[in-house]
Each structure stands twice: as C-alpha cells, then as structure tokens.
Write a protein that binds this ligand. Sequence first.
Ligand SMILES: NC(=O)c1ccc[n+]([C@@H]2O[C@H](COP(=O)([O-])OP(=O)(O)OC[C@H]3O[C@@H](n4cnc5c(N)ncnc54)[C@H](OP(=O)(O)O)[C@@H]3O)[C@@H](O)[C@H]2O)c1
Length: 289
Amino acid sequence: MKQRPTIIVSGKNGQVGSELILLHASYSQFQWIFLDREELDLSSEASISGAFEKYQPAYFVNCAAYTAVDKAEEERGLAEKINAQAVAFIAEKCKAFGTTLIHLSTDYVFDGNGTSPYKTDEPTNPVNFYGATKRAGELCALQNNPKTVIIRTAWVYSTFGKNFVKTMLRLMSERNEISVVKDQVGSPTYARDLAFALAKIVSSEKKHFGIYHFTNEGVISWYDFAIAIKEISGSGCKVNAIPTSAFPTPAKRPQYSVLDNTNLQKDYHIQPRNWKESLQECMSYLQRL
Ligand SMILES: NC(=O)c1ccc[n+]([C@@H]2O[C@H](COP(=O)([O-])OP(=O)(O)OC[C@H]3O[C@@H](n4cnc5c(N)ncnc54)[C@H](OP(=O)(O)O)[C@@H]3O)[C@@H](O)[C@H]2O)c1
C-alpha cells in the first residue's frame, strides 16, 4: 500500500498548531505528526535531527516560535536561537530530506511606516528584536531550502493560548473601563482560518515557493478590535481610545501593519474571510467553553 506523505507540525500547543490539530482529520491523505516542545525542542539540533530521521517528513509546518515580543528585547539569545538559528537548521534538514518547509513569519518584519498594504517583496525593516529574529529566520529558511513557503501573518487570535480577544474579554469582565491603543492599525487574523490556509497549501498540487501573506481581510485599530469584542460579547465596559504614547511597551510596535494577501489568492486560490465574520465565529466558540 502506498504510504501517505508525512507532515510534521511543530509547536502543537500553540494557537496555530492547536487549530491544525482540529482540522487535520479532513486532510487524511497525509499522516500528520504533531509535536510539542518535549518531543521536538527547537533549541536542540539533536532533537530536530531526531524528528527528521524518525518521521522522514514530506512537509514540515513550523508553528513553533519564540513569540513573547516584549520579553524578546531581554531574552535576545533565546529568541534568536528559536526564531533564526533553529529555522536555519530545520531548513538545512529539509533540503537533505527533500522536505517542503512551511514556515510562519510576521508583519513585524516591516517598520509600519507604510500607508498601503505591504506586498511580499517590499523592503523589511523590523522595529523590534522579535521582528529582527523572524526576518533572520525567513532569510535562513529561503537560503537553506529551495522548497520553502513563508507565510507572514499578523494579530493572531483563537480560542487557544493567550491573545488579544481573550485578554479583552477578561479585562471587560473585571473592569468598568479600559483603554486601548487607536493609532496602530492591522488585520486581526483567526488562527483557524490561517490553519485552513496552511492545510490548503500542503494539499495543493502545484506548489509555489517564496514569501506569502495571510491575514483576515479588513483594516482596523486595536481600539476598533476591542469595540467589536465588546459589542459581540454584550459587555457594558467602557472602552477608551488612547495613543501608543500612553501605553509604553518594552518592544516598539509598527503603526501600520497591513499585509497585502493578493499573491496567496493568485497562486493558491486562498481567499481570506473578513475579520469580523471570523471574530464572530471565534467568539461563539469561546462563549461555549
Ligand atoms: N500570535 C500572533 O499574533 C502572531 C502574529 C504574527 C506572526 N505570528 C507567528 O505565527 C506563528 C504561530 O504563532 P502562535 O500565535 O500560534 O504562537 P504561540 O501560540 O505562541 O505558539 C508558539 C508555540 O511554539 C512553541 N515553542 C516555543 N519555544 C519552543 C521550542 N524551543 N521548541 C519547541 N516549541 C517551542 C510553544 O511551546 P509551549 O506551548 O511549550 O510554550 C508554543 O506551542 C509563529 O511563528 C509566530 O511568530 C504570530
């Protein structure tokens, strides 16, 4: 009997990894192997090599990353190790095993001084250390393995892990009034929609390599996002708009974080949903938890 191609998914307990677990049964033409940090530790080359030797994957979907944006300013060595050095080594292994690498990256590779959606080939210029490590990871992945697809995404939320939607719901239930930044705009992205896009890429017959963008459609500020969460949840909490200067963080954030998704639509026929439709779906699941 013909063996099904194996897909390794790293970071199985993260937002995107968890969503892929939920949908993988619909893609039973593949043998999916989901690995957590204990089973595949990106800080260990031996662990990465071991996973390649054991599973001989046709695809490696890298959902693991160092994602603590503010902490990365201090834990520079670790952030660089996971987001850049480990990615370089994974891509080397992919090349040796003939594996297609699907690697996730971020809008934070851009400086946010743009005024129209960032295209995939626009110059990068990260404004924080996390963004710099993710950009380094992109370059290593592309350089070390010709069969690499980079998917940059942004403002990811889901029913899993920590994210803006869950934080807002908690704060709105604890306080009468909250303040949210209005002068940073982007496109909230439901991890479930991103996971479907990843599954579509691995299952698509014709592969296109290089850099792609995937976010939900639409452009809003964090304040607008909070207002939508308030309205959908029916919370009575007052939401105030504040400037970024009133909410200082260790890592600087880009002001304009909008990604142009058109290449993914063109090459992979993936049409992201509008952010509000996806938010409503995610919040309906959250309300049932
Ligand atoms: N979240 C966003 O807003 C956002 C925006 C743009 C781009 N992205 C990118 O999208 C991807 C997925 O993000 P996400 O939100 O799903 O991230 P997440 O929820 O923070 O999950 C990251 C996963 O990486 C794992 N991990 C961390 N260090 C590891 C190590 N040394 N070895 C193995 N696993 C390790 C974590 O394991 P533990 O569960 O054990 O901690 C966690 O499961 C990342 O590449 C991220 O950079 C995210």
